[in-house]
Design a protein around this ligand. Structure first.
Ligand code: SAH
Ligand code: SF4
Ligand code: F3S
Length: 468
C-alpha cells in the first residue's frame, strides 16, 4: 500500500519553514547552507528537494562547508567506499563546529537507515545535530526548527515501507536538464544490494503528476528529462499506465526535448519497451540494461531473475529494432563464490554485446544482505586483477564502437564548454554519447546537428552542420 503524505502535513511543514525563515531574518548576515548529495541520481534529486526546502527557510547556498551555517550530507550506502567518504567528511566538520558552535550539521539519506550506522554517528560524532532517514525527508523544516530552538539533537529514522510526498519546493541544479522521480524504493532484493533495505518498498507516482511535471518543465525550456527509479520497468505495476505507456505520454508533449531514464532491470524489460523506444523519437537511443554478471550461475545467486540467454535475447532484439542504440551496463566483479570461469563468462558477454560504456564495481559486502553471508574465498587482490582485466577488455570495445560513428551526423543537445580543445562546446547525442565541436556559446541550450570526424574512447569529436 502506497501512503501519500497528506496536503495537511505538507502545509504544516510549510509553517515550520516560515518560522525558521523568521529566525533567519533576525540574523545579522543571511545564513548559508552547504548540501552534499553522495550516490545516485535519486539522491541528487532528493538533494534538489532539500535545497528547495532550505531556500524556503531563508538559506542561501555555498559549495563548501567552510563558513556554512548549516551543512547537510545526503548519504549513499551502496558500497563501503561511499560510506567511508561520508565518515571522512563528517570527521572534518569537527573543526568547523568548533569555530562556529551555532552551526547545524545534519546527516540524511540511505546510510542512516541502517541501525549500525546511526549508532556510530550517535557515538562518534556528538556534534551532529540532525539525523533523518529517507522516509521523512519532507519533515526537514520541522527538524531544523526543533534543532534551532531546543538545541537538542534531532533523530528521526522511522522504519517503514515508504511514502510519496508531492508538492515539495524544488531547487533544480540545472536549467537545461531536469530529473523526475517516477517511483521510489525497490522490491527486487538482489542479494548484494542494500537499496531495498534503505529505500523501502517500490511505489509509483501517479502518471498524471509525472506528465504534468514534464509538461511544465518543457514549457520552462528544459531540454532533457531524466525519469528516475531503481527499476523503471516495473513502473505502474498493476495499473493501466506501465513504463512504455508513460514514455509514450511524455513523448507526446509538444517541443524538442530528450527523454532519458534509469535504471532498467532486465527481468522486467519487455519487447513492448524496446518497440516504444524505437517509435518515440524523443526517447534517448541509449538502452541502459545492467547485466551485473555474464554467468547464469552467478545471476541466480544474485537473485537477478534472468539468465545470460534471456538477457542476450533482449539485447539482440534492441539492436534489431533500434539500429543506432547505445548499450551500457553495470558490472560487479568478485561476487561471493564467483570463479575465474564465471568471470570469463562476463568478459565473453561484454565482447558479444559490445557496450558503449560500462559502470564497473568490485563487490562490496553490505551488512544485512544475503550475499554478505555467503562464502567469499577469492582475495581482494585477485578481484582487483580481474577488475583490471575487465577494464582492459572494455577499453578495446568502447573505443572500437565509437569509431563506427565517424562520418555520421548526430543530433546533439549543446550543454556547455567542452574539454577536448580550448573554446570548444560539448553536448550529448540522442545515444547519450559526449560530442565535442567548435561553435558559438549562444548554441548552449539548443539542439544542433554535428558531423562526427574523430573518436576518443570517452567522446566523439565533430563539426557543426550549418543550417540551411
Ligand atoms: N537499481 C539499479 C542500480 C542501483 S545500485 C539497478 O538495478 O540497476 C547501482 C549499481 O551499484 C548496481 O547496478 C550494481 O552494479 C552496483 N552495486 C550495488 N550493490 C553493490 C555492492 N554491494 N557491491 C558492489 N556493487 C554494487
Ligand atoms: Fe539493488 Fe537490485 Fe533493486 Fe537495483 S534492482 S536497487 S540492484 S535490489
Ligand atoms: Fe546509494 Fe541510496 Fe542511491 S544507497 S545508490 S544513494 S538509492
Amino acid at each position: 500500500m502506497t501512503t501519500k503524505v497528506t496536503a495537511a502535513e505538507i502545509a504544516a511543514q510549510k509553517e515550520f519553514a516560515r518560522r525558521v525563515r523568521e529566525l533567519n531574518c533576525a540574523r545579522e548576515e543571511p545564513p548559508v547552507a552547504h548540501v552534499h548529495s553522495f550516490g545516485c541520481q535519486q539522491n541528487v534529486s532528493d538533494g534538489e528537494k532539500i535545497k528547495g526546502m532550505l531556500a524556503d527557510m531563508g538559506y542561501g547556498f555555498s559549495n563548501t562547508a567552510d563558513g556554512a551555517d548549516l551543512v547537510l550530507f545526503n548519504t549513499c550506502a551502496v558500497r563501503e567506499n561511499a560510506e567511508d567518504r561520508v565518515f571522512g567528511n563528517l570527521g572534518a566538520l569537527k573543526h568547523n563546529k568548533k569555530q562556529k558552535p551555532d552551526m547545524l550539521i545534519g546527516v540524511c539519506g540511505c546510510m542512516v537507515q541502517q541501525e549500525h550506522i546511526t549508532e556510530r554517528i550517535k557515538k562518534s560524532f556528538p556534534y551532529v545535530d540532525m539525523v533523518f532517514g529517507t522516509h521523512v525527508l519532507h519533515t526537514l523544516p520541522q527538524l531544523v526548527y526543533e534543532a534551532m530552538t531546543t538545541h537538542k539533537r534531532q533523530i528521526s529514522i522511522p522504519q517503514m515501507d515508504g511514502v510519496i510526498a508531492e508538492g515539495l519546493p524544488l531547487r533544480r541544479e540545472s536549467g537545461l536538464k531536469a530529473s523526475i522521480p517516477i517511483m521510489y524504493g525497490c522490491n527486487n532484493f538482489c542479494t548484494y544490494c542494500i537499496v531495498p533495505y534503505v529505500r523501502g518498498r517500490e511505489r509509483s507516482r501517479d502518471p498524471e503528476e509525472i506528465v504534468s511535471e514534464a509538461r511544465c518543465l518543457v514549457e520552462q525550456g528544459y531540454k532533457e528529462l531524466l525519469l528516475l527509479g531503481q527499476n523503471v520497468n516495473s513502473y505502474g505495476r498493476g495499473t493501466d499506465v506501465n513504463f512504455p505507456e508513460l514514455l509514450r505520454r511524455i513523448n507526446a508533449i509538444p517541443g524538442e526535448f530528450k527523454i532519458c531514464y534509469m535504471s532498467s532491470h532486465p527481468k522486467d524489460a519487455t519487447r513492448e519497451l524496446i518497440d516504444t523506444i524505437a517509435e518515440c523519437e524523443k526517447v534517448t537511443r541509449h538502452f541502459p540494461l545492467p547485466v551485473q554478471s555474464g554467468s547464469s550461475r552467478i545471476l541466480k545467486l544474485m537473485n537477478r531473475s534472468y539468465t545470460r540467454e534471456h538477457y542476450l535475447e533482449l539485447i539482440n532484439y534492441a539492436k534489431e529494432r533500434i539500429p543506432d542504440v547505445a548499450l551500457t551496463s553495470d558490472i560487479i566483479v568478485g561476487f561471493p563464490g564467483e570463479t575465474y570461469e564465471d568471470f570469463q563468462e562476463t568478459l565473453s558477454l561484454i565482447r558479444e554485446v559490445k557496450y558503449d560504456s560500462l559502470f564497473t564495481f568490485i563487490y562490496s559486502p553490505r551488512k544485512g544482505t544475503k550475499a554478505a553471508e555467503m562464502p567469499d574465498p577469492i582475495s581482494q587482490e585477485e578481484k582487483g586483477k580481474w577488475f583490471r582485466e575487465l577494464l582492459e577488455v572494455q577499453q578495446e570495445i568502447g573505443c572500437s564502437s565509437y569509431h563506427n560513428y565517424i562520418g555520421r551526423t548526430l543530433r546533439v543537445l549543446c550543454e556547455g564548454p567542452g574539454r577536448t580543445r580550448d573554446g570548444c562546446l560539448t553536448g550529448k547525442s540522442i545515444q547519450n554519447i559526449i560530442v565535442d565541436f567548435d561553435g558559438d556559446k549562444s548554441l548552449i541550450g539548443s539542439f544542433v546537428d554535428v558531423k562526427i570526424t574523430d573518436a576518443l574512447n570517452w567522446a566523439l569529436i565533430g563539426e557543426l552542420v550549418k543550417e540551411n
